[in-house]
Design a protein around this ligand. Structure first.
Ligand SMILES: Cc1cc2nc3c(=O)[nH]c(=O)nc-3n(C[C@H](O)[C@H](O)[C@H](O)COP(=O)(O)O)c2cc1C
Length: 185
């Protein structure tokens, strides 16, 4: 890590965040959920266009059903979808936030999802950003069903999701390549 890093609550949340794929069953408190929702809403967007609609799904029956539909679409033994070899969708977290947008607002969705992750970390929560579940929401049949069920406006696409909950593991930091970062004097 770079030599002169300043540690405060904000930088600690950024630097110490790790992807969490094991969660306790404990639900987020209302205050925790409101705080991560506020962090999502306050994310910057190009020209303040606010292109994203986000659904914080905390209903475990819905999440379980979604996961079954997802696995029926991608297959129950597809390596890319079994990275955690348990629940590659929401990793058994109590909340899954699904970010949808009109058009290709990948940048705005990406900034928003990181806002959620950092705010969650600041609250002692863990997160796992999940792109692979896109196949569910893009499926002509099941995707349309779920987009309707969670009230996604017509024409909006799933861009990224994030599992949120109380961590039940302490993963090591994943390697980073410092050579990608250079100061030009
Ligand atoms: C755009 C994006 C998509 C990701 N999609 C998935 C995913 O579908 N499933 C998963 O388990 N992790 C996913 N991750 C988590 C990455 O694997 C993880 O961030 C990376 O290995 C670095 O580890 P760290 O977050 O602990 O630093 C995704 C991360 C990003 C930024």
């Amino acid at each position: 890590m770079f030599e002169n890093v300043i540690k405060n609550d904000v930088t600690a949340a950024v630097l110490e965040r790790r992807t969490i794929r094991e969660y306790t069953p404990e639900m987020l408190t209302d205050a925790q959920l409101d705080t991560v929702m506020a962090a999502a809403m306050m994310a910057p967007s190009g020209r303040n266009s606010q292109p994203c609609h986000v659904r914080f799904i905390k209903n475990s029956d819905i999440l379980k059903e979604m996961q079954i539909d997802f696995k029926n679409i991608v297959g129950w033994d597809t390596p890319v979808h079994t990275r955690s070899d348990k629940n590659p969708f929401y990793h058994n977290a109590p909340v899954f936030a699904a970010i949808f947008a009109e058009g290709a607002s990948y940048m705005d969705a990406g900034i928003m999802v990181e806002n959620i992750c950092i705010a969650a970390k600041g609250l002692g929560l863990g997160t796992c950003i999940v792109a692979s579940v896109g196949a569910l929401f893009e499926d002509a049949d099941k995707g349309a069903k779920w987009r309707r069920a969670i009230d996604i406006p017509e024409g909006y696409r799933f861009l990224i999701g994030v599992a949120i909950g109380n961590p039940d593991e302490k993963p090591e930091q994943k390697p980073r390549d410092e050579s990608h970062y250079k100061v030009i004097e």
